[in-house]
Design a binder for this molecule. Structure first.
Ligand SMILES: [Zn+2]
Length: 148
């Protein structure tokens, strides 16, 4: 048996983050959301490629339907008002599944932030959508705002 020492708090923060499920950056995403953006207890949607699942790729058709469904559920039940999209450097979804390389990867990830935000805005009517890029720098992860 294991009992978590983290106290349970029932209030919701009404925010969700959509990011890649890559376990190497999971703790960094948590740190950024909880301490960088002051969003403790945020709802998480973690899938390979993160925001890429909200872009119209043949490779993400199934995930897209699932994320749309999940978002609508969270809006209805958790009263979601803010959505944070995060891309990360060296994302294997972009290299492996989309077959991109070099500068194309980051360029496409930035474009996808915009496309994903537009799509989320369209299907949810939520205005507060922001995007970030998690960059590796000297063994650490730095989160940069993606401006449109
Ligand atoms: Zn990834």
């Amino acid at each position: 048996m294991f009992e978590s020492q983290t106290p349970y708090q029932s209030e919701r923060i009404h925010a969700a983050a959509i990011y890649c499920s890559d376990g190497r950056v999971g703790e960094h995403f948590d740190d950024f959301l909880m301490h960088g953006l002051q969003l403790p207890r945020y709802d998480r949607l973690a899938l390979p490629g993160g925001p890429a699942t909200l872009v119209d790729y043949p490779q993400t058709k199934l995930e897209n339907a699932a994320v749309v469904d999940e978002l609508q559920f969270l809006i209805e039940v958790h009263g979601l008002q803010r959505i944070v999209l995060i891309q990360h450097q060296n994302c294997a979804f972009y290299t492996g599944r989309l077959g991109l390389s070099g500068f194309e990867v980051e360029k496409r990830q930035y474009e996808d932030c915009q496309r994903a935000a537009d799509f989320v805005r369209k299907i949810t009517k939520i205005d507060q959508i922001e995007s970030y890029f998690a960059r590796q720098l000297d063994g650490r992860i730095r989160f940069e705002r993606v401006q449109f």
